[in-house]
Design a binder for this molecule. Structure first.
Ligand code: ADP
Ligand code: MG
Length: 218
């Protein structure tokens, strides 16, 4: 499997009621940009906005309320991207207590996951040494984030796997808790049902592994 990485350049970013920015327009004209600023001026907030467009997630918070400027109810992150097929406009609307809206060229995506893959970004920091030094959990998460951008379908594959894993675990829990204090007594688990869950987990897991392998080869 080959991932084709097309040309992409973030030309322009516009933030409205996002973190400490009330209304901020930023044009990226050069091939490299260095953000310099005092502490708490909003450097990380700006990168966080790009991260949100790339992954629909922030590594700092899972609550949109934190992202929206204090005292306001709706935040906007807009971007103009240059790709070889032309320009595209991305727009992410964050609402306090409401659903997000993700748009490409003015059209709202029904499934927000379809928004992924438009803006590609990779984040590095001194903490990324943990990728090498740290445990496998962190590495997995990093690869997952990257893969989800390159191949949005991976988000579904991963979601399916996690769902089967959760259901299989709760099946085991339910079966073993019936055995009054004797946890993990395998003999009491319905073998036929267990085999079904194992098979499903294996199928979903194989899909995840296949994607990862393809990615690591590239
Ligand atoms: N939801 C928010 N509303 C208003 N200000 C915020 C919000 N979230 C964070 N801030 C402010 O953003 C600033 C931190 O910005 P940050 O980008 O982390 O700074 P740095 O330039 O040091 O990376 C702080 O002053 C903080 O109060
Ligand atoms: Mg910072």
């Amino acid at each position: 499997m080959r991932h084709q990485i097309f040309f992409m350049f973030l030309q322009h970013l516009y933030l409205q009621n996002f973190r400490n920015y009330s209304s901020q327009s930023v044009a990226f004209n050069a091939s490299k940009t260095i953000l310099l600023g005092d502490n708490a001026q909003g450097k990380s907030n700006l990168l966080e906005a790009v991260e949100l467009l790339a992954t629909l997630k922030s590594h700092r918070t899972s609550r949109d309320r934190d992202l929206i400027q204090a005292g306001t109810s709706t935040g906007h992150i807009k971007a103009r991207l240059k790709r070889e097929l032309g320009l595209s406009e991305l727009n992410l609307v964050l609402r306090d207590g409401g659903r997000r809206a993700a748009m490409l060229n003015g059209e709202t995506f029904k499934r927000q996951q379809d928004f992924l893959g438009n803006l590609n970004a990779v984040q590095f920091s001194s903490l990324d040494l943990d990728l090498v030094r740290g445990g496998p959990g962190g590495r997995r998460l990093w690869i997952d984030t990257l893969l989800t951008q390159l191949e949005p379908v991976y988000a579904y594959i991963l979601q399916q796997y996690n769902q089967v894993l959760k259901q299989r675990n709760s099946f085991i829990k339910q079966q073993t808790s019936a055995a009054d204090g004797q946890r993990f007594e395998l003999a009491r688990i319905d073998a036929t049902q267990m085999a079904i869950w194992d098979a499903q987990l294996a199928t979903a897991g194989t899909r995840v592994i296949r994607r990862d392998r393809g990615f690591c080869k590239d």
